[in-house]
Design a protein around this ligand. Sequence first.
Ligand SMILES: [Zn+2]
Length: 228
Amino acid sequence: MAVERKNFRRFTYAEYVSYLKPFITKVKFSQIHVHGTWKPTIADYRRASDKVEIIQAMWRFHAVTQNWGDIAQHATIDPDGYIWEGRSLLEAPASAVGYNDSDNDRTHPFMFEMIGNFDVGAEKLEGAQLATAVKLTSHIAKEWKLPESQIKFHREMNPAKTCPGSSVNKASFLELVRDWRDIDMSPTDANKIISTWLSPAWFAASTKAEREEIHRLANELRKASGQL
Ligand SMILES: [Zn+2]
């Protein structure tokens, strides 16, 4: 086994959604497994001058120390809300014993980690990191047609763990996933609204204030469709 692994690419949420597209026909995600790293912590991540080293250290621990063949997870969400690539999406994850479905039939759970110690009294899952976790969960559930019952926290599969962290409430997380799905919009639809309706209105606007309002609305559509 090679001890040095490659680079890990870092994606924005919108870039990751495009990256996932060809995999919709190549792999069947049966569940979504939600984890928090506990270690590295958010503070560890903030301290690292080269962030990729945090991902590489996880890879080294999983692949070499634990002998799991590769980094355990398919994706890692950092405290700034970026998504780092993990093991191949075509491979089963090393998520929880008995739940990995690792029989190589291209059907297995999608597993992601959120960097941080989210136990009560430690760090908080919030802001851009929480937003990406919610949007990613919602997106995978939608594209792979998974009911809410197939979204699993690690602690549900291994009661000895608090993972993704005792401060992360499952019901609240699912509520965000549900609410986000309601306002989720495809970039194609958003751009259609912008080019067909908002652009002509912008050029027809008679005041600067009107143009600014139209510009703001266009950006709201870009946000809702994951482009900003
Ligand atoms: Zn876990």
